[in-house]
Design a protein around this ligand. Structure first.
Ligand code: BES
Ligand code: ZN
Length: 618
């Protein structure tokens, strides 16, 4: 009994701890984020109350952003980021006292600073604003561009520095805040955000949200459309247009298992629900890790669940990225390298070692090709990047993902998985809801795992991985038995000319491996032969389509022409579009063809996709 009495208060304290709202721990940094005008060491935001209306007719978002702030320096100004926002009025406090403000010079990708006059004791700033119809974060789709074809749709994509095109904010990954939002939309549509979400429409068309964990601005997200919900398990589910919902729920049936696997490896999921929203095909990324609600491309719906590692990736960001965040975009590899590592650990747990090994190998080969293409001396092949003065969106390449992954695998090999796991778990715990620079991570790595051990240090070679360009020689050896068997078959086929030596049924990974390991001088006849056996041209698997069509363009393989055109006009995922357009512009005829398709397709793409493709076609 005595023991029990002691235990009760202990349990009570534990329970309270778990429930208590997490405090916003903004790390005030000496080094400023080059991609934000904000001056967080002077005055910093802590909480947002957003009250907006989504106007489909004029393609505008307008309303009021009320920020609770901490005027740390007790000075007379707070600085926000904006880009193409019309600021109508700014007031202070609950009594809304008018104040003055000024906008800085316009920078192409950074936009303009919004400098608001405050008093030493100001704790609330209310900004009345309207964004612009061509806000870079937002894509407005007409009914024809949706799966259901009946209702319009809109969604935002804030990473890396596009949140400022739809909300005035301190747009830096090192600054965190909680938020509440009220969003008014056309009555027949549902609104969802990176927060707790409604599961059905209401008759008013007004939805309220709250995000109780402190997040950086790049995780602000909103989508509005004819959206329905289907549960997967008690805490996971799928949102999609009604015509896509059943297929999507089938494809993502393992979400619950993935979340359990992730928790087993790196500790409790801290965000409440984990849902996925399947967007129309123009979504420019594979996935975006918006907290509580990953946004995902419909191109992962292959019908056989073979592309769902992308969900493992976005889920993994709930730890690496959303919980422990890169402090600046130059530390982007901390988000994506860790997430790629964690993604493959989840895949290994849910789908087995073979699957994880194959994905690792495909990833590493992609990395080798990329480094070859960029040049092993290229500064942008360094893990610690320098995108100052450039749009950080340019920095999105496989370097952060796959070189980051290989670096972490190298550490894992050097110290053993068990030690590495407990290190990572304590890293996530001790830095939860904070941002981290590359240097802070390396310091933590040294004091908590390597502890100056010379032998381990020389095995890893941190400097080569993090601060030097190219690929270090000690990249962990990767191999897959399934792929080795395929190598043998390809060699037999080449020497005998008999295509029937290839296995008739290939998994998605094997198909991708085959397509990327065909002989350089493959003939059109051989390609047609492959099509007869594997039907690549007609594939319903977007990864296979993208790989095969890129080869088809290079080889001028005509039977794929129509499907390529269809793919380019229907799919807006930048990762698929870029290699195709890049391949097309290599010949004069190809460039003409690309321009013809692009004229038709561009209106279907999101700004992050067309801005990149404009560069390729110019
Ligand atoms: N956070 C990224 C997407 C992103 C990166 C958007 C940088 C804007 C700037 C997301 O988690 C991601 O990495 N998506 C990948 C999928 C993944 C499986 C490699 C994608 O979209 O292809
Ligand atoms: Zn990612």
């Amino acid at each position: 009994m005595k023991k029990l009495l002691i235990l009760i208060p202990v349990l009570f304290v534990i329970a309270c701890r778990q429930k208590a709202p997490v405090e916003t721990k903004n790390v005030i940094r000496g080094s400023k984020d080059a991609h934000s005008f904000a001056r967080p060491s002077e005055a910093i935001v802590k909480h947002l109350d957003l009250d907006i209306k989504v106007d489909f007719e004029n393609k505008l978002i307008s309303g009021k952003a009320s920020w609770l702030i901490d005027n740390l320096s007790k000075g007379n100004q707070i600085v926000f980021d904006t880009r193409n926002l019309e600021i109508r009025r700014v007031t202070l406090g609950d009594d809304e006292t008018e104040t003055t403000y000024s906008l800085g010079n316009d920078n192409k990708f950074m936009g303009r600073s919004l400098n608001i006059k405050i008093a030493a004791g100001t704790s609330k700033v209310n900004i009345y604003y309207t964004n612009s119809a061509d806000a870079a974060a937002v894509q407005w789709l007409n009914p024809q561009q949706t799966a259901g074809k009946k209702y319009p749709f809109m969604f935002t994509q804030s990473q890396a520095i596009l949140a400022r095109t739809w909300i005035p904010c301190q747009d830096s990954p090192g600054i965190r805040f909680t938020y509440n939002a009220t969003v008014a939309v056309p009555q027949e549509l549902l609104a969802v955000m990176s927060a707790n979400n409604p599961q059905a429409k209401n008759s008013k068309g007004v939805y309220t949200f709250s995000q109780k964990q402190a997040i950086p601005s790049y995780l602000m997200a909103l989508a509005v459309g004819d959206i329905a919900f289907k549960a997967v398990d008690h805490r996971t589910g799928v949102y999609a247009e009604p015509v896509t919902l059943q297929k999507a729920a089938y494809e993502l049936a393992d979400m619950g298992k993935m979340t359990n696997a992730a928790e087993k490896i790196y500790g409790p999921y801290k965000w409440g629900r984990y849902d996925v929203l399947i967007l129309p095909p123009s979504f420019p990324f594979g996935g975006m890790e918006n907290p509580m609600l990953t946004f995902a491309t419909p191109t992962i719906i292959a019908g056989d669940r073979s592309l769902v590692s992308l969900i493992a990736h976005e889920l993994a960001h709930s730890w690496s990225g959303n919980l422990v965040t890169n402090a600046t975009w130059n530390d982007f590899w901390l988000n994506e390298g860790f997430t790629t590592y964690f993604e493959r650990r989840i895949v290994e747990d849910v789908y087995g070692k073979d699957e994880a090994r194959m994905q690792e190998l495909l990833g590493y080969q992609g990395l080798q090709e990329l480094v070859k293409e960029m040049g092993a001396k290229n500064e942008d092949t360094k893990l610690k990047a320098n995108f100052d003065g450039r749009d950080p969106d340019e920095g999105v390449s496989d370097i952060a993902y796959e070189k980051g992954y290989s670096f972490l695998r190298t550490i894992e090999e050097a110290v053993g998985r068990k030690k590495f796991d407990s290190f990572l778990r304590s890293y996530f715990d001790s830095h939860a809801f904070n941002s981290v620079t590359t240097e802070e991570f390396l310091a933590y790595l040294d004091s908590n795992l390597i502890r100056g051990d010379k032998e381990i240090l020389s095995k890893i070679n941190i400097d080569a991985w993090v601060y030097q360009p190219g690929l270090p020689a000690n990249s962990p050896a990767v191999g897959s038995e399934k792929f080795r068997a395929l190598d043998t078959q390809i060699a037999q086929w080449q020497s005998s000319g008999d295509i029937s030596v290839l296995s008739k049924r290939l998994s998605t990974n094997e198909s991708l491996y085959l397509i990327s390991h065909l002989p350089e001088n493959i003939t059109l006849k051989q390609m047609a032969g492959l099509d007869t056996v594997f039907n690549f041209t007609q594939s319903g698997n977007s990864e296979i389509q993208a790989a095969w069509y890129t080869l088809a363009v290079r080889k001028n393989y005509k039977p794929a022409t129509q499907n390529i055109e269809k793919f380019l006009t229907q799919v807006g995922r930048r990762k698929f579009l870029m290699p195709l357009y890049k391949e097309m512009v290599k010949t004069p005829e190809g460039k003409e063809w690309a321009k013809k398709i692009y004229a038709k397709a561009r209106p279907n793409y999101h700004s992050v996709a067309y801005n990149s493709i404009d560069e390729v076609l110019k």
